[in-house]
Ligand binder design. Structure first.
Ligand SMILES: [Zn+2]
Ligand SMILES: [Zn+2]
Length: 133
């Protein structure tokens, strides 16, 4: 077990895993995320009222962006809080839209395939040449 000082309140606590927050700050954050989630699901507004969120939940736009990027909070893409880091399309959470995520995965997969193909073909070749001499 590791003793750490909480990132938020500075209290010492037994760190387990995840964010560096003590149990009470962690519970507070979870409550906040739940409240925010409820707000975004129930609101009829088409734009995020940052002043209201600041007054009501004490969160800034930056906080919201951070939560959404870390996929701790999902804000409907119609609010345009964050956008895909590749194509700029509005997304609800994370860093990339579904299409770019898939593209990245596909290109990773094909790179991997190419590499393993190359490996399979390159290795036996020198031996064969050697034998042919
Ligand atoms: Zn704390
Ligand atoms: Zn994208």
């Amino acid at each position: 077990m590791e003793v750490k000082a909480c990132n938020k309140c500075g209290r010492l606590y037994n760190y387990i895993v995840g964010d560096n927050f003590c149990p009470s700050c962690k519970a507070e954050k979870e409550k906040l995320l739940k409240n925010l989630d409820g707000y975004f699901k129930e609101t009829d507004d088409v734009k995020i009222d940052f002043d209201y969120l600041n007054d009501e939940f004490d969160v800034s736009r930056n906080n919201l962006v951070k939560f959404a990027r870390k996929e701790e909070l999902s804000v409907d893409s119609s609010f345009e809080l964050i956008s895909c880091m590749k194509c700029g399309k509005s997304i609800s959470s994370g860093r990339f839209c579904d299409r770019c995520k898939k593209e990245t995965l596909d290109s990773l997969n094909s790179t991997y395939r190419e590499l393993s193909l190359k490996k399979a073909f390159v290795e036996p070749v020198p031996k064969m040449r050697f034998i042919g001499k």
